[in-house]
Unconditional design. Structure first.
Length: 68
């Protein structure tokens, strides 16, 4: 197999693998466990722009998200 052919085959294979991996996890994976927002509590001295709040999500696999 020539270098050019091998490059074309590999370039076509990577997006196919990425699509297959994405389709295998269609439900999504939560990166933080439920109730993890308490780990992100800041002290009273934190500036208002550094405070985080949660907001409810609809139509997503997780029920809430952190906002900055």
């Amino acid at each position: 197999m020539t270098n050019r052919t091998r490059t074309i085959v590999l370039a076509a294979a990577f997006p196919l693998l990425a699509c297959a991996a994405n389709a295998a996890d269609a439900a999504g994976t939560a990166l933080l466990p439920p109730g993890a927002t308490s780990s992100f509590k800041l002290s009273a001295a934190a500036a208002p722009y550094a405070r985080m709040n949660t907001t409810a999500l609809t139509g997503q696999p997780i029920s809430s998200a952190l906002l900055g």
